[in-house]
Design a binder for this molecule. Sequence first.
Ligand code: TEU
Ligand code: CA
Length: 543
Amino acid sequence: MTSFHDKVVYQIYPKSFQDTNGDGWGDLKGITARLDYLADLGVDYLWLTPIFPSPQRDNGYDVADYRTVDPRFGTMADLDTLIAEADKRGIGLMFDMVFNHTSTAHDWFQKALSGDEKYMNYYIFRDGAPETPPTNWQSKFGGPAWEYVPKLKKWYLHLFDVTQADLNWENPEVRAELKDILRFWKEKGIKGFRFDVVNLISKGEYRDDFEGDGRRFYTDGPRVHEFLKEIVHDSGIDGMITVGEMSSTTIDNCIRYSNPKEHELSMTFSFHHLKVDYKNGDKWSLMAPDMHALKEIFAKWQEGMEEGNGWNAVFWCNHDQPRIVSRFGDTGKYWRESAKMLAAAIHLMRGTPYIYQGEEIGMTNADFTDIRAYRDVESINYHDILRKNGKSEEETMKIITACSRDNSRTPMQWTAGEKAGFTTGTPWLGLNKNHETINAEQESADGNSILSFYKELIRLRKEMPLIAEGTIHFLERENDDVLAYERQLGEERLLVFCNFRPQEADLQESPLTYEKNGWQKLLGNYPECRANLRPYEVVVLKK
Ligand code: TEU
Ligand code: CA
């Protein structure tokens, strides 16, 4: 199996990247138009979130047809052009395969609804009385995970929105369909795949959960590794770059998903480090990030995955997460410093880094304060749930504004001009007001910008095998202000110190002492080394 350790992936949310026909929706032609920007940044792959026909209840994660492009994004010819133009620049496309569920608008589900036995067996239908769902499981977007169909006198399972019906992976016909889809896109020239919530595909027992929302019965389920091996092998995608999105997973499972010996996936996304600001594990209650927990999670996952020869996708941002500078950094005085520090913290770890569009220019949360500005189904559902639970509109909006997935989905900020250079029409989701000061044009013109720093990190990965292949060991474990680790490959060593605080922080050993002892400063977000770390400072030293 090929290694992707020296590669960098850039995630595009096509709807918000670049519009070319003024309908307020980003499109494939828009991505093609921006390829030079991406090539200049230095990324190797573009992961596109789903561009398949879809009712867009969940922005394309509700797929109605896996074998073509939604006309709102363009045509198959536009896709061919994008693939060819990207290829010319040494960039490969990764597609986002949503195989845990389909939209209820998919032909298969429509046939199931009409009572066709073959297709009913594509989904998870259960008999039952209309008052009592088969289990008490909760949907990830709020409310029960089962929906009753009066005509069939049956319930179907939907772990996400009611329009996202879970597929029945126990049925070999379903697996055969999915393999066919993978072969189809591989033949079209797609170079890799991201698999949406792929550790939820093997459901275990259908039992009531009196301790949680049901996830322990279907997360990393009994046949998940077997299913993955089978579809990867039979569809001929082994050796291509693949990443699985793993919901509430464990290190042991992620080692099995990503150890090359297993022939499952190249790497895994896990999310534990992005829950350290969830109060009691609840996404919808506010808390300052717990730095101690963050450090422990990184140490455990980084060292644990290395020990089992697994491979992490390393990241802060995606289309489901609020912007990282707004969350763990600073959007005011230390905006630039904190964005660079956060970038280095991730890019120099052991794993393949992912950059989410706009992260490289330090984009911040949208900060929409009126629920009518939001488009995300999860945010809208939880707005209602929080209100029903007795929170005032003001308290509710404070939470939605901080936690909503729409924070990362606002249009890409290309210029300071009107509509940020994203569209000439009305964007499907509002722009962030700060595009006048935060935009790609300005960042590109400045050698000291966040964008320039990202380019430097990518360049270093290509130059220094240590970054791609070195071992990792965490330092300063008791110091909650600082994330610190050492990388090593043969004789070569790298030290990374990141101050996560808006004030100065001390280290056990001063960066100056390291310099005296023969270490060399390789990278940083402040000029010369000092005895301690300045606010949000990152210092990288090599020997
Ligand atoms: O997300 C899976 C998931 O469980 C969470 O990230 C979820 O979106 C949310 O953050 C819970 O609070 C994947 C996709 O990335 C997401 O966009 C889709 O909505 C979801 O699957 C369903 O396909
Ligand atoms: Ca468009």
